[in-house]
Design a protein around this ligand. Sequence first.
Ligand code: PMP
Length: 425
Amino acid sequence: VSRFEGITMAPPDPILGVSEAFKADNHELKLNLGVGAYRTEELQPYVLNVVKKADKLLLEKGENREYLPIEGLAAFNKVTAQLLFGADNPVIKQQRVATVQGLSGTGSLRLAAAFIERYFPGAKVLISSPTWGEYRLLAEISCEICSMASLPNCLARNHKNIFNDAGVPWSEYRYYDPKTVGLDFEGMIADIKAAPEGSFILLHGCAHNPTGIDPTPEQWEIIADVIQEKNHVPFFDIAYQGFASGSLDADAASVRMFVARGMEVIAAQSYSKNLGLYAERIGAINVVCSSPEAAARVKSQLKRIARPMYSNPPVHGARIVANIVGDSALFNEWNAEMEMMAGRIKNVRHKLFDSLSSKDKSGKDWSFVLKQIGMFSFTGLNKAQCDNMTNKWHVYMTKDGRISLAGLSLAKCEYLADAIIDSYH
Ligand code: PMP
């Protein structure tokens, strides 16, 4: 008998489940809007030209494959902090940022979670409801996707599981308001206020996943006020910088505003979306401290946590980022490609809104589609309506009503609008 007899089968990953069901469907009009990865108008994966150029340069240079230091590639760490905070930000000149290269956004979040667990025992992390990787129906208790009866055991919630696995307690703050398909700002503020002093408030820097709903600049100021009042620590997850609006600076405005107030800030970055480096696992964790001494100490402890976990990070993605940002021609080309990707998604968003508005005779207000930002749109469709989308219309999506506009083309907007209207009514 196996020593592993007691191991039960883990539920499948919800996104992979959607993709597998999509593959098994032979209908010619089928659409996969589950996947959170950029697709071309022809719905094919996309490698940025600037990444191909950087790859070629790297090959020509023929650099060695020695280990990186625990904290990662120095040239990468330098530019990644500059991209996030702005090259002229005083916190950089004053050496107040502890930056450590991470295994993309997920690994960087996990490193910060381990750091919180070790040095802030008992401190809570507050997470938006809903958040990334969470596909339960908003009104229901159990997860519809992984079919675990109890939410704490549900596997389909990446933010929450990152903190669970690190042993960090968390709770939620209200974020999405189903009545308006918009932000529950009052609920959010009340819940952040009610959290124990010194909590870590996890914020999506831009393009909130899964809702696509971001606070306005005025609302960000009020969020910062409350976090400051309560001595909380803002913890940004910024996985879409430059990919949401097309501008690296505009998408980092929330993070920079908090830093400009003199606040200590944690920020996890990812280059999966904005450089299309999904599989390279390149990102970083940054901790802005009030003194260079504190930053040096924090960095030493982040390294201490990383060393027994994975020793040191991979080099290739770090070199790609450092080379692109370090060369003004490549940097400009990257910005143009980011604008192109963000622009394509915005065009699709507009076309979908126009199609919904012109086809739907019920008088429903579809303007929420335009107000949302980034790769996703939260349609407000419930589980039964999502089932109709898939079973009748061959549109594959997560059952929380989220669709990836990056997986949609202009040519398919009318078809999708028909499917959504049919499912709604
Ligand atoms: N945070 C959020 C909110 C995300 O949407 C994602 C990507 N889906 C990530 C983090 C991290 O992704 P990665 O580990 O590929 O950088």
